[in-house]
Design a protein around this ligand. Sequence first.
Ligand code: ZN
Ligand code: ZN
Length: 358
Amino acid sequence: MKRLMAAAISLVVAIAAIGFGIIWFLPSAQDAIMARVVASNVAVTTAVLDEDALHVVLCGTGSPVPDPERAQSCAIVYAGGKVFMVDSGLGGWERLARFRLPVDDLTAILLTHFHSDHISGIPDIALNSWASGRREALVLYGPPGVETVAKGFDLAYSLDDGYRIAHHGADFFVAEGADYLPIVVDVPDRHAGVTVFDEGGVKVTAFRVSHEPVDQAYGYRIDYKGRSVVFSGDTKKDENVATFARGADVLIHEALADHMVGLLEQGLDDTGDRRAKVMHDIPDYHATPVQAAEIANEAGVKLLVYTHIVPRLPNALAERVFLRGVSAIRSGGVELGYDGLYLELPAGSEKIVEHDLR
Ligand SMILES: [Zn+2]
Ligand SMILES: [Zn+2]
């Protein structure tokens, strides 16, 4: 029996060695494997295109604080054939590509404000949605100032646009696709929202939040077939978010744990690092996890998801410290967002189906 076992193991090892040898030394075998990998990597995640649901994917849940696990601010919403991004920070495109999310039919980017971590990924989105087939100018909705942002990117990338068209042809890269179409959304009144978009059953509303000295800064609410998602944008605790998130299914709210940032400030200060001042200054225009939970409770949302996570949370202990105090005021319907969180909200239902695209 023992001898039989030994023979069987030897046979398995020999077959594995031969298989490895074939792959290692035979280019045609390597190419066949590569072709399969490529095929699985280019397959588009089509579930988000189902028009009987509102689909929300987080493609960046970080901030300007470097974080290998989190791209800067980025979310994408698919509803009724429309595709809206909410902010476009650095690294967002890499996440969208990794999760194989379609961007060829990008309707617009909704910008909450113009801090770098919310706009620095726009050129990547512009180029890649153009390459994917977008033939019209990329629409950017945002507070007054959006035209300056569009003009700046337009100028900075005008040479690159020319190279792309010259190399791949004007049939592939249609010239209009290189352009931006900035649309200024003016929300003059803190208490009144402004309808940014209302077409095909998809309604987008902009409302004011508090992120001074950034003025104006917006949150956005997207409604589709009775389901809704609200983005707070960057804001300190602001009742206006509760007002506009009233009865929404999902609230994606920014959060900065001031008790952790205080420790960072102390650590930087101890080593004479002048960036301690930045850590000292930032808590006053962001909301804490507990404050965001209070807003979610006030609004009566089903699910609160934290995004724009500050500081970096490298392990479970850090996550626990970040969420300190939250469970005391909100025992359920709350979670830490992550890059790749996909929430599917089917029409005619109360359900929030969660998928992990990582
Ligand atoms: Zn900001
Ligand atoms: Zn920010």
